[in-house]
Design a binder for this molecule. Structure first.
Ligand SMILES: [Zn+2]
Length: 508
């Protein structure tokens, strides 16, 4: 047995996303597969290759008890030992063996021949690349974002490959490239190079050093050309269960303050850690001018607390069972604020988000809003979709045809016909690759923003579901609602924001 000493948390996370979860079966699957992380001399001579390998090891060592860390040529040998040490610092009883791998993650330019699955993983600046067929290489830049995201996508494919039978539509990706600048297929002519960019954070704030904060900090600690100050605010100590998905944390960090991670890895002087809550931080700071806040907290209350202190810009990252993502709040006066996304009445999620998540169709939330609002009856197509999404036989659901969706939600859910974790949001436990990607995207948004690298406007939200193959459209518009009770419509808050950031009275 070489499962980590925080396995119970891993089991909890898996139980929330795998259908028909059985812990004994889950353990057996983990114990019987060996995963290979293989790399060549080209991978280890490129900073991006090293970043991908580092994060891949950090992600996989948390979940899989059998890893084969494999240098494919002599010039890659020196990394093997480093990565093995890293894996052991996370799970000291991990088995590092050379068994025939169930799947291989390949970083570099080497084409390999294996009986099992092969996931070629790499990046070029902001572009993530993945293929099951051919090497994708790693860029030579010091940009950690594409490289880190690549590690998350391949870890997600690996998880889907092993637990395919327990995931709905959990198909693997075949090959893709994705730009983190616009979340579309990369356009080579618009490649934004990182090399000559000096990153000045001036004064920036990262709130929360939980699982998402760890992903963000992982990326931020890789920046060699950054200056300014990033305040990092978190009140808690790290406990053993956090190792399940805190990518920077090792056994040595247990029982230490979470903010200690900044000093363990940080570029000297870039991070200014504060142990305490956001409110305590503001009280001590005595200055409520907050140019950019990156939100990595895990509760609606935490997010709303930060929004109510009126930062100029907020970048917000989240994970939920169905997806993860980023929302961008550049202008409190004209765009939806963070609190708009977390209406206080229903706590963490709006009712339509809850319903959409519960019936297994989170990507249809916008459509569901419409049918909830109009109280229109569910037709057979909807019931068939729900039946497929939740893997419940159509016959058990067909009596609901013609019922309004909110009635369906209450009856089917309360009657136990469909089950969900959406009503247990507080104990929601994502997988490490989900939280890490949310964090990396948050850090990426921060750097794109402070450097002004994004030339074209982007929608308010970007969502990615790592439990399915990559969707074609990831960005989602969100219009500001007028006359809601949210405080972004409150005249006093609006005036305070205008005054603080010197906005002219030029609104319509
Ligand atoms: Zn609002």
């Amino acid at each position: 047995m070489a499962l980590a000493n925080f396995f119970s948390k891993t089991s909890l996370a898996a139980s929330q996303i795998l259908q028909g979860y059985d812990e004994t079966d889950f353990k057996r699957k983990l114990n019987t597969v060996t995963i290979e992380i293989a790399f060549d001399g080209e991978a280890v001579s490129s900073p991006e290759g090293i970043f991908t390998l580092d994060l891949t090891t950090r992600l996989l060592a948390r979940l899989y008890p059998n890893l084969h860390i494999n240098a494919l040529d002599i010039s890659a040998k020196n990394q093997k030992e480093k990565l093995e040490e890293l894996a052991k610092s996370i799970n000291p009883i991990i088995s590092l063996n050379e068994n025939v791998p169930f799947a291989s993650i390949i970083v570099g330019n080497s084409l390999v021949s294996r009986e099992g699955l092969v996931f070629y993983t790499g990046s070029n600046e902001w572009v993530v690349s993945f293929s099951q067929n051919h090497p994708v290489g790693s860029g030579n830049s010091s940009n950690p974002f594409g490289a880190g995201a690549a590690a998350c996508f391949s870890a997600a494919n690996l998880f889907r490959a092993i637990f395919k039978g327990q995931l709905v539509n959990g198909d693997l990706d075949d090959s893709f490239s994705l730009s983190l600048i616009n979340f579309q297929k990369p356009d080579s002519e618009e490649c934004v190079s990182f090399a000559n960019t000096s990153i000045d954070f001036d004064e920036t704030f990262l709130v929360g050093l939980g699982a998402i904060g760890n992903g963000a900090l992982w990326a931020l600690t890789k920046l060699s050309n950054a200056k300014g100050c990033i305040h990092i605010i978190d009140p808690e100590k790290l406990d053993i269960s956090n190792l399940q998905r805190y990518v920077l944390a090792t056994q040595d960090d247990v029982n230490e303050d979470k903010i200690r991670l900044c000093s363990r890895y940080g570029v000297p002087g870039l991070f200014s850690p504060f142990k305490g809550t956001w409110a305590e931080f503001l009280t001590k700071r005595q200055n409520w001018n907050l140019p950019i806040v990156a939100l990595a907290v895990d509760s609606a209350e935490g997010r709303i607390a930060v929004q109510s202190s009126l930062p100029n810009i907020i970048l917000n990252a989240w994970t939920q069972p169905s997806d993860l993502g980023i929302s961008r709040h550049y202008n409190f006066l004209e765009q939806p604020c963070v609190a708009c996304l977390y209406p206080p009445k229903t706590g963490l999620q709006s009712k339509t988000q809850l319903i959409a998540g519960a019936i297994g169709l989170p990507e249809k939330e916008i459509l569901i809003r419409e049918i909830v609002y109009n109280n229109s009856p569910l037709d057979e197509n909807w019931i068939r979709e729900i039946s497929e999404a939740k893997a419940v036989p159509f016959d058990e659901l067909k009596s609901f045809i013609g019922m309004p969706i909110s009635v369906f939600y209450t009856k089917a859910l309360c009657g136990g016909i469909i089950t969900t974790n959406s009503n247990n949001q507080q104990i929601e436990t994502p997988m490490a690759f989900q939280s890490a990607l949310a964090g990396i995207l948050l850090a990426s948004e921060l750097v794109l923003q402070v450097c002004g690298l994004r030339k074209d406007n982007i929608e308010t939200m970007t969502r990615i579901n790592l439990l399915k193959a990559l969707a074609q459209y990831l960005n989602e518009p969100l219009a500001k609602k007028q006359n809601t009770t949210c405080f972004c419509c409150d005249e006093d808050f609006r005036l305070a924001y205008k005054t603080k950031y010197h906005y002219e009275e030029n609104e319509k």
